[in-house]
Design a protein around this ligand. Structure first.
Ligand SMILES: *Cc1c(COP(=O)(O)O)cnc(C)c1O
Length: 380
């Protein structure tokens, strides 16, 4: 089956008891036991719930892994991932990261003695030299949040494995519709299902997909031990979102392209970041490792912070809000919102400036989004 078909049918069968085409929302925290420790496969909903299991199976399969695990948020998934790395472990991470990921890495560094090095991996030689020293995990976002930089997955995974480090990819921006890192050898894929997988700004959730059965078993143990699990209703919403992921990603991309083309070359724009533009420094890599360019466009406005704030005020269709990946267009000022937890000097050092604006292009008519951006630029 091809990907769009699998979104609806992989691991998703009508309910065996009733024939219901959707998985029921099993609002039950606990399950009757036939005798002490004899049950029908379900014990307690932190350890497992049938609605959650349906979501986990779907995400695991769509990411081409041995299985998946669902969490109460993307950061809940990350906390569980980090639970597998004891004090003294070393993580080599890409340097352009979601602000909350950076914050949790730094917390683990201070509280639990993790060693973390941030590396600009757009040049693999830098990763190669970072891996001269022992490392346990290489962690990347590609494309990154918010600068849309790419990491060459084939090259980076080969380097990590040669150094005997595991390789994890935050695949929130690309989604399995555009990029499946496990097929390229990655060990772990992380998602904020809050974003494209859910897709409708109506839930907060996270997921891991694991390449090996053994990792799946180990992380399932941690999932239950830590307990950052989603409720069945949110799992149902995430599953429903998954069904339309293919058509949504194509619509998001059309919108993003229309917006990026308005921004590119505009006299009030310093720089546009969108991997689908041939001017993006890694456009050819994007073409090679992704089957589409996604719906996020970042733009650095010529007039810095003042121009960015004026632009945000003038937009009519894009809603100023944290988050991304939803059917409605959202806009973010990373320096004061999603990336405010990263100290200013650190932020600016790798390009998250005060003039940077991140646009999550929704599935409205692309011409309306282009008009909205064009007229808001007039006010900057
Ligand atoms: C939002 C986001 C996260 C965190 O997910 P939450 O669901 O908000 O906890 C992690 N990575 C990326 C790339 C994100 O955009």
């Amino acid at each position: 089956m091809r990907f769009d078909t699998r979104l609806l049918h992989d691991h998703q069968r009508p309910d065996p008891f009733t024939g219901a085409v959707n998985v029921p929302i099993y609002l039950s925290s606990t399950f009757r036991q036939i005798a002490p420790n004899r049950n029908q496969g379900w014990v307690y909903s932190r350890s497992g719930n049938p609605t959650r299991a349906a979501l986990e199976a779907a995400i695991g399969a769509l990411e081409s892994g041995a299985g998946g695990l669902a969490f109460s948020s993307g950061l809940g998934a990350l906390e569980t991932l980090l639970g597998a790395f004891p004090s003294g472990s070393r993580i080599v991470s890409v340097d352009d990261l979601y602000g909350g990921t950076w914050r949790l890495f730094e917390h683990h560094r201070r509280q639990f003695g993790l060693r973390i090095d941030y590396v600009d991996m757009s040049d693999l030689d830098r990763l190669r030299s970072a891996l001269r020293e022992r490392a346990d995990l290489v962690y990347v976002e590609t494309p990154t949040n918010p600068l849309l930089r790419l990491v060459d997955l084939d090259g980076a995974i080969a380097l990590a494995h040669r150094a005997r480090a595991r390789f994890a990819v935050d695949n929130t921006f690309a989604t399995p519709a555009l990029q499946r890192p496990i097929e390229r050898g990655a060990d772990i894929v992380l998602h904020s299902t809050t974003k494209y997988l859910g897709g409708h700004s109506d839930l907060v959730g996270g997921a891991l997909a694991l390449r090996s059965r053994r990792a799946l078993r180990d992380f399932a143990w941690l999932q239950n031990a830590i307990g950052a699990v989603p409720g069945p209703f949110d799992c149902y919403l995430a599953l429903r979102g998954l069904h339309t992921l293919g058509v949504r990603m194509r619509a998001h991309e059309q919108s993003a392209r229309a917006v990026a083309e308005v921004l590119e070359g505009h006299r009030r724009v310093e720089r546009v970041h969108y991997p689908g533009l041939s001017s993006h420094p890694q456009h050819r890599l994007a073409k090679r490792q992704m089957s589409g360019y996604g719906g996020i466009v970042s733009v650095e406005l010529a007039g810095g912070r003042r121009a960015a704030l004026a632009f945000l005020r003038k937009l009519r269709i894009f809603t100023l809000a944290e988050s991304l990946g939803a059917v409605e267009s959202l806009v973010d000022h990373p320096a004061s919102m999603t990336h405010a937890s990263v100290p200013r000097a650190e932020r600016e050092a790798h390009g998250v400036t005060e003039g940077l604006v991140r646009l999550s292009c929704g599935i409205e008519d692309p011409a309306d989004l282009a008009d909205d951006v064009r007229s808001a630029l007039r006010g900057t």
